[in-house]
Design a protein around this ligand. Structure first.
Ligand code: ASP
Length: 342
């Protein structure tokens, strides 16, 4: 049987750091020495190639231009590899995994993000296990077909759907979770795949990369005492096309006439407003309370159980397509495009 092949892409982040032998400082790892640093990789019955960004970045510096570069890199190598592993800082990994899931239309191969809380060169690193298992998952096939043909995050013995993840801890090894979706796999002695939860898109259709993004979007998070002045100023910013409104509980907001009027005026003026809950799990239901139904009445779109990270990247991508009308953008926002919403 033909060996699996995986392309490892290093964008930056803690995982790719090692201690400089002379100064003891942390510095980015030279990917040409990958096999010397992680000899375990030689034991894989797989062909592993690597590609490193010329200037590795802290993931706080991530942006849509780099998402498109990553997607183009995957597309250019799509026929040569069975799967892809993206090494990425954990801080914005949930945004990047969400973005890549939308950008890569008709994806039929694994794209597994991973990183670590401690650099790969430190003794207690979580990076080695994360990297080794991510590679194994990216190359895993059954009856000649990839087991996980979607964008996912592997971290601390668990595999998650990328566009369902949230970073939940700044220091625990278990840094991610998908509160509204089951894990795609758990790694113990064996990797146990949750086959029912894994997405199987329509294979056979050609991979397509969406290249246009809009950054004329933002978050507006409610808090008790939010002023009309602040609220209106955010909504009326020049050029703004879309807002993720972060509401309370099941999608509720103060039942104030000024708030409803401000939203109505903005929406009538073509602003797209999506309601996402501030809670870490559960969903928006704009019909449950009076404090939610006034949002529904003025045309706020329910984000249901989507994460804020997936909502903003989905909105950026849809608004980036200049051929889509506002009505079409709203219609697409309510569709489950890549398994991001129940
Ligand atoms: N600040 C780092 C980053 O996101 C943290 C990490 O690598 O996990 O790039």
């Amino acid at each position: 049987m033909k060996k699996s092949s995986v392309l490892l892409i290093y964008t930056g982040g803690t995982i790719g750091m090692i201690h400089d032998a002379e100064t003891g400082e942390l510095k980015p790892f030279n990917f040409n020495q990958l096999f010397a640093e992680i000899p375990e990789l030689k034991k894989f019955e797989m062909d592993i190639d690597s590609y490193a960004f010329e200037t590795p970045i802290d993931s706080s510096n991530m942006n849509p231009k780099i998402w498109v570069e990553l997607a183009n890199l995957i597309q250019a190598n799509y026929d040569c590899y069975d799967g892809f592993v993206i090494l990425h800082g954990s801080d914005t990994m949930a945004y990047s995994a969400s973005a890549l899931s939308f950008i890569l239309e008709n994806l039929g191969k694994p794209v597994i993000f991973t990183g670590s809380q401690l650099p790969i060169g430190t003794i207690r690193t979580d990076g080695k296990e994360n990297l080794i298992t991510a590679i194994e998952i990216a190359g895993a096939k059954e009856n000649g077909k990839p087991i996980v043909p979607e964008v996912a995050i592997y971290f601390e013995y668990a595999l998650y759907r990328g566009n369902r993840t949230k970073k939940i801890s700044a220091e625990n090894f278990e840094a991610f979770d998908t509160p509204n979706y089951p894990k795609l796999a758990e790694a113990g002695v064996h990797i146990k795949y949750n086959r029912a939860a894994i997405r199987h898109p329509n294979l056979g259709t050609k991979l397509h990369v969406f290249e246009s993004w809009s950054n004329e979007v933002g978050f507006l998070k409610l808090f008790p005492g939010i002023s009309e002045n602040f609220f209106r100023n955010v909504l009326s910013q020049k050029g703004l096309k879309g807002i993720i409104l972060e509401t309370y509980g099941s999608g509720n907001a103060p039942h104030e006439p000024w708030l409803q009027n401000a939203l109505k005026e903005a929406i009538d003026n073509s602003l797209v407003v999506v309601n996402v809950t501030q809670c870490s799990s559960g969903k928006v239901d704009q019909r449950k309370y009076e404090t939610g139904s006034h949002l529904e009445k003025v045309g706020v779109i329910s984000g249901k159980d989507i994460t804020a990270e997936a909502a903003i990247t989905k909105l950026m991508l849809l608004l980036g397509d200049e051929l889509l009308s506002v009505e079409h953008v709203k219609e697409q926002l309510q569709q489950n495009l890549r398994g991001e919403v129940s």
